[in-house]
Design a protein around this ligand. Structure first.
Ligand code: ADE
Ligand code: ZN
Length: 328
């Protein structure tokens, strides 16, 4: 069994495997611009974040009913459980659905049913994080938060994703202030394709507690020192970084440097259906490419629980599982 871990950076829409996409397309009478799974997989060749996002949004058309969202999340959770995930904090993109006429309550109800079942089936804990699409205006984010208000008992936080360049964190200052006033935890994607300054802006202007990706922090020594001092978690996604050309190849990935700098880094899958692997696949890929040892892997697993939004009691229970884990 893989080491127990938390996954803190996974977009549920990015777990849509081609097989399920075609099944849902048929069930919902949606036509996809690909004739076969093989043809679709050929489109999984990206040269930037945007080239991926174009396909990611296109494939979402097959998600229409509450059952679709439940099936999507159930498939992810079953795979995650097999990969040692004990706790998952899952992103979803309600604006990508509402603009297609799918109301937020249908999305949240479907996802929640799968999350509840995963507690019983896999003994996992889960949380949902609502992401604002940063290519859309702030008023759309605020409207989405208003639509989510009746469901806040099932949402633990807000995030910020989609096209990073040209959409700096400060664009969403009011939406994040509102989320914080509602008692939601705050995270944001920053420093994936965008500059180190976006990481600083996410911390200072949005008051986020965690940075998603954050690999570009290494361009700025003062920022690295701050991230280390404040132990701000960075949810790093190695296979994603290779597929989206953030790094040239895994051997060049800055994860080892980030660990050596004393940063609180975690390993995550981002959009595993598109990037060639789930979270344990990311662990083994960086272990092999960067020559990480067993205690590095244990540190990464421990970090994932430290960086999570679990209660102190849940966290210590999971940390004890990590400490008791024996590599075979
Ligand atoms: N939405 C889904 N995956 C994403 C990523 N890697 N970066 C930004 N937005 C995303
Ligand atoms: Zn992401």
């Amino acid at each position: 069994m893989p080491i127990p871990k938390a996954e803190l950076h996974v977009h549920i829409e990015g777990t849509l495997e081609p097989e399920l996409a075609f099944r849902l397309a048929e069930r919902n009478d949606v036509s996809l611009p690909f004739r076969s799974i093989i043809e679709l997989r050929k489109a999984y060749s990206f040269d930037s974040l945007q080239s991926f996002l174009d396909l990611y949004y296109q494939m979402m058309q097959v998600l229409r009913t509450e059952q679709d969202f439940e099936d999507l999340a159930a498939a992810y959770l079953a795979r995650a459980a097999r990969q040692g995930v004990r706790h998952a904090e899952i992103f979803f993109d309600p604006q990508a659905h509402s603009e297609r006429g799918i109301p937020i309550d249908r999305v949240i109800n479907g996802l929640s049913r799968a999350l509840q079942a995963a507690a019983e089936r896999h003994g996992m804990t889960t949380q949902l994080i609502l992401c604002f699409l940063r290519h859309l205006p702030q008023h759309a984010a605020v409207a989405t938060l208003r639509e989510a208000e009746p469901h806040l008992d099932r949402i633990s936080g807000v995030g910020l994703d989609s096209s990073e360049l040209g959409h700096p964190p400060e664009k969403f200052r009011d939406a994040f202030a509102m989320a914080r006033d509602l008692g939601l935890r705050c995270v944001a994607h920053a420093g994936e394709e965008g500059p180190a300054d976006y990481i600083r802006a996410a911390l200072d202007e949005l008051n986020v507690e965690r940075i998603d990706h954050g690999v570009r922090c290494l361009d700025d020594g003062a920022l690295v020192a701050r991230l280390r001092r404040e132990q701000i978690p960075l949810t790093v996604c190695p296979l994603s970084n290779v597929r989206l050309r953030v790094v040239d190849d895994l051997a060049q990935h800055p994860l080892r440097t980030m660990l050596a700098e004393g940063l609180l880094v975690t390993i995550n899958s981002d959009d595993p259906a598109y990037f060639g692997g789930y979270v344990e696949d990311n662990f083994t890929a960086v272990r092999d490419a960067l020559g990480l040892g067993e205690e590095d892997i244990r540190t990464l697993a421990r970090n994932s629980f430290h960086a999570s939004f679990l209660t102190a009691e849940q966290r210590s229970r999971y940390l004890a599982e990590v400490d008791a884990y024996r590599f075979s």
